[in-house]
Design a protein around this ligand. Structure first.
Ligand SMILES: Cc1cc2nc3c(=O)[nH]c(=O)nc-3n(C[C@H](O)[C@H](O)[C@H](O)COP(=O)(O)OP(=O)(O)OC[C@H]3O[C@@H](n4cnc5c(N)ncnc54)[C@H](O)[C@@H]3O)c2cc1C
Ligand code: FES
Ligand code: FES
Length: 482
């Protein structure tokens, strides 16, 4: 049985299509649903935003995703909602609010905004300005300006809502009927080339597949891999999707720390990571956009291993451990040992990243993490610094400091750590730490930042961490009447 998904009360079976076809291509070319637009085809502009619904007990839970970088097999067993699905006797409140507030000019971005607003309302999310901005940060508009669109987002809550789509009994029954219990295997032949896509449902099945096909590309959220198809036009002849392996999606709070399964999305893991430390929560909030965080995973970020990936420096400073698994068994390592050289990881071709473990933050550890990018939302880091300093009796007992954007891999600042360890926690010591930090890295200049800027800002982040600690200490003293 091939891919099956629900679209407006109808079960769609695409049949023999290339599994690397994106949801957007299928919508526009096969189904001729052209309301969903293609702007960038790389997850950046939000013009292609659709909602994907998953069974969640007796309701359907919707999430906004970028259709342009989601492969069609990812829809299997789910509901797809497009802007056409909102048609009814009246406009949907998201559409009516856009009309009322003049939120659309050329209209190219409008279906994407409407879908983001639809999901926001459907989920019953908070309606304060910050939450609304977060919900819309992945949708770009080039002509209307964001003022009227934000006004529309506020206006939507004043309009009578539509009944919750996620409670529709017929849709629920249809989704239950197409729920798959065995692995999905797709084969497609074209021009003498075979493309295969496997979506195993269990960890054992996944590991067996990876052992038999060590050259297979794993795809979790596809927010990196999707672009290999749409932008780099690479031929992806064998893909193994991780999205149906429940064991990989766990987010587990344990006595000794937090376990995040490699295929847990940023959206799924966000609350637990924010509880671990607010700065980590803030870094996650600034990864891509709502659409990207609804698909992308920490496991994908780690395995992709980009030198400007956001989670790795934070996790390295936090002392995170990586769990790798293959049919031969499991092993565990410190995350910083995983990146052995540029583009080279300590991972065999049959191994997968299973999870990352974040040890509980000890009371005496002062932790800070800062992302520096040109734009606040939807931007890749120029650099990212994370600091975990164990402060005992006014001295630095130990330090773990890691940076992204400063070297060809995310890396610890060993010289800076050594320079600070044992010193009094003072501004003079920070100066010594900054000098050592300068010797730790030889950053490059690129379109995001020059080497000089990166060096300067890396040192400044250390000062910032220090000053914020002093500020916090001063506030405590003040509160205590000191
Ligand atoms: C518009 C946009 C904005 C972005 N913004 C940011 C940002 O702000 N910060 C940032 O850091 N990144 C950003 N990214 C990059 C991307 O979203 C992240 O790297 C994300 O974490 C990748 O996760 P994924 O699940 O989508 O990975 P995928 O694309 O599915 O996979 C990425 C790589 O990891 C491998 N892989 C995935 N899972 C496993 C596993 N369990 N075991 C072994 N290998 C595995 C894949 O084979 C592939 O090589 C952005 C991307 C886009 C398109
Ligand atoms: S077309 Fe721009 S995000 Fe998909
Ligand atoms: S209305 Fe033209 S891009 Fe938004």
């Amino acid at each position: 049985m091939g891919v099956r998904f629900l679209l407006d009360s109808e079960i769609i079976e695409p049949g023999e299509v290339d599994p690397t076809t994106t949801v957007l291509q299928f919508l526009r070319r096969q189904l001729r649903r052209t309301g969903t637009k293609e702007g960038c085809a790389e997850g950046d502009c939000g013009a292609c935003t659709v909602a994907i619904g998953d069974l969640d007990g007796e309701t359907i839970r919707y999430r906004a995703v970028n259709a342009c970088i989601a492969f069609l097999p990812m829809l299997d067993g789910r509901e797809l909602v497009t802007v056409e699905s909102l048609a009814g006797d009246d406009l949907h409140p998201a559409q009516q609010a856009m009309v009322d507030c003049h939120g659309s000019q050329c209209g190219f971005c409008t279906p994407g905004f409407v879908m983001s607003l639809f999901v926001h309302q459907e989920c019953g999310a908070a309606t304060d300005d910050q939450t609304l901005c977060d919900a819309l940060a992945g949708n770009l508009c080039r002509c209307t300006g964001y003022g009227p669109i934000l006004a529309a987002a506020r206006r939507m809550k004043e309009l009578p809502p539509r009944p919750r789509r996620g409670r529709d009994r017929r849709a629920l029954a249809a989704l239950k009927a197409i729920r798959r219990t065995s692995d999905l295997t797709l084969r497609h032949f074209s021009g003498g080339l075979e493309t295969r896509y496997h979506a195993p449902r269990t960890l054992d099945s996944l590991l067996a597949l990876k052992a038999q096909n060590p050259q297979a590309i794993l795809v979790a959220g596809g927010t990196d891999v999707g672009l290999w198809a749409t932008k780099q036009r690479r031929t992806l002849s064998l893909l193994i999707g991780l999205h149906e392996v429940k064991d990989l999606s766990r987010v587990e709070q344990r006595e000794d720390g937090l376990v995040i399964g490699a295929a847990a999305t940023y959206a799924d893991a966000h609350a637990a990571l924010r509880r671990w430390h607010p700065d980590l929560g803030e870094i996650i909030r600034r990864i891509g956009s709502t659409q990207i965080r609804n698909s992308g995973t920490i496991g994908g970020n780690i395995a992709n291993g980009s030198p400007i990936g956001d989670t790795m420096p934070v996790l390295i400073a936090a002392g995170a451990q990586l769990l790798l698994r293959s049919v031969r068994g499991a092993r565990r390592m410190q995350l910083d040992e995983f990146y052995v050289a540029p583009l080279k990881q300590d991972r065999s071709s049959d191994e997968i990243v299973e999870a990352v473990f974040l040890p509980r933050l000890q009371r005496e550890v002062y932790f800070r993490a800062y992302k520096v990018s040109k734009r606040f939302d939807q931007d890749i880091s120029a650099l990212l610094g994370a600091f975990a300093l164990t402060l005992i009796d006014g001295r630095v007992a130990s330090a773990r400091i890691a940076f992204g954007g400063m070297a060809a891999t995310p890396r610890r600042a060993y010289k800076c750590e050594a320079a600070l360890t044992g010193l009094a926690w003072t501004r003079e010591s920070i100066e010594k730490g900054m000098a050592a930090l300068d010797a730790d890295f030889t950053p490059i200049s690129d379109m995001r930042a020059s080497a000089t800027y990166r060096r300067q800002v890396a040192g400044n982040l250390l000062v910032k961490a220090f000053l914020e600690h002093q500020g916090a200490a001063a506030r405590v003293l003040e509160a205590a009447g000191g």
